[in-house]
Design a protein around this ligand. Structure first.
Ligand code: BTN
Length: 268
């Protein structure tokens, strides 16, 4: 373990995740670190105050100023099943939603946006990036990377970041990022246990219950074309099932925009 890593003891009662939570002030990317260093046990958490090369979906960067966002990755090395990789994105979104809802105590309204965003009052509060490492044909580890905007001020979210928001903006006060981490880890541990116990259907059902755009009109951009239709369901593989032009089309990689009709009912 590098000398600039410290071990945090958060005294959490976890079933699946290990109590080993590593903290560092600065790193390129917590996800990339786990993908490149293979000696850590299942359930290890790596938390960083700042990432110089934070990774987002579709090869994008994930920017956060030092010590303001909660940036961490969870490493899973057991029971990795390649066919079920997608489920970890939904699992993480549900865990973040529930953890933050508990923290907010009804002070703000959260929503989920397919496939990996947690929204607060219609603005992006959290992004999730699930990656995996293959050894031959076997998936040897999964890394769940989570970035939550905690203490950024309103003037951080300008230009290309204008769709973002933070807990600070919603609550009008700064939060201790470790308190936010604790809530989310308890949620992740709970849903990892449920996944092992009841399977992925339980995760999908909970995700659908928390996503207000299911059954509503959305725009889906698959990089080649923009489709408009009704977000009917999640497929068994976590794809977005869109009813469009009289039939259903399933998307696995696309950007979704919620329409006026969707936002009128609370999901922007
Ligand atoms: C997205 O919405 O595009 C996903 C963003 C995921 C960002 C988190 S921050 C912690 C972890 N390390 C990374 O490099 N990315 C994820």
């Amino acid at each position: 373990m590098p000398s600039n890593f410290e071990v945090l003891n958060l005294a959490l009662d976890l079933k699946i995740l290990q109590p080993q939570i590593l903290h560092t002030e600065q790193i390129s990317s917590t996800n990339t670190y786990f993908l490149q260093h293979h000696s850590y046990p299942n359930g290890t958490v790596l938390l960083a105050d700042y990432q110089t090369g934070g990774k987002g979906r579709h090869g994008r960067m994930w920017h956060s100023p030092p010590e303001q966002a909660l940036l961490f990755s969870v490493l899973l090395t057991e029971r990795c099943n390649r066919a079920f990789l997608h489920v970890y994105t939904f699992l993480a979104a549900v865990a973040v939603f529930e953890g933050l809802e508990m923290l907010g105590g009804g002070a703000f309204k959260l929503d989920l946006k397919w496939p990996n965003d947690v929204l607060l009052e219609g603005h992006k509060l959290c992004g999730i990036l699930v990656q995996n490492r293959l050894v031959g044909n076997e998936m040897s580890q999964i890394v769940i990377g989570i970035g939550i905007n905690v203490n950024q001020p309103a003037n951080f979210f300008i230009g290309e970041l204008s769709q973002g928001t933070s807990l600070n903006i919603a609550l009008g006060r700064k939060l201790d990022r470790v308190e936010v981490l604790k809530q989310v880890l308890v949620g992740l541990d709970h849903w990892l246990f449920i996944l092992g116990d009841s399977g992925e259907i339980a995760i999908f059902n909970r995700w659908k219950a928390l996503c207000s755009s299911i059954g509503k009109r959305v725009l889906v951009n698959d990089g080649r074309q923009i489709y408009t239709g009704i977000f009917k369901d999640l497929s068994n593989q976590g794809g977005l099932v869109l009813e469009t032009g009289g039939h259903c089309r399933v998307f696995y990689a696309a950007d979704v925009t919620l329409t006026k009709e969707t936002s009128d009912v609370g999901c922007n």
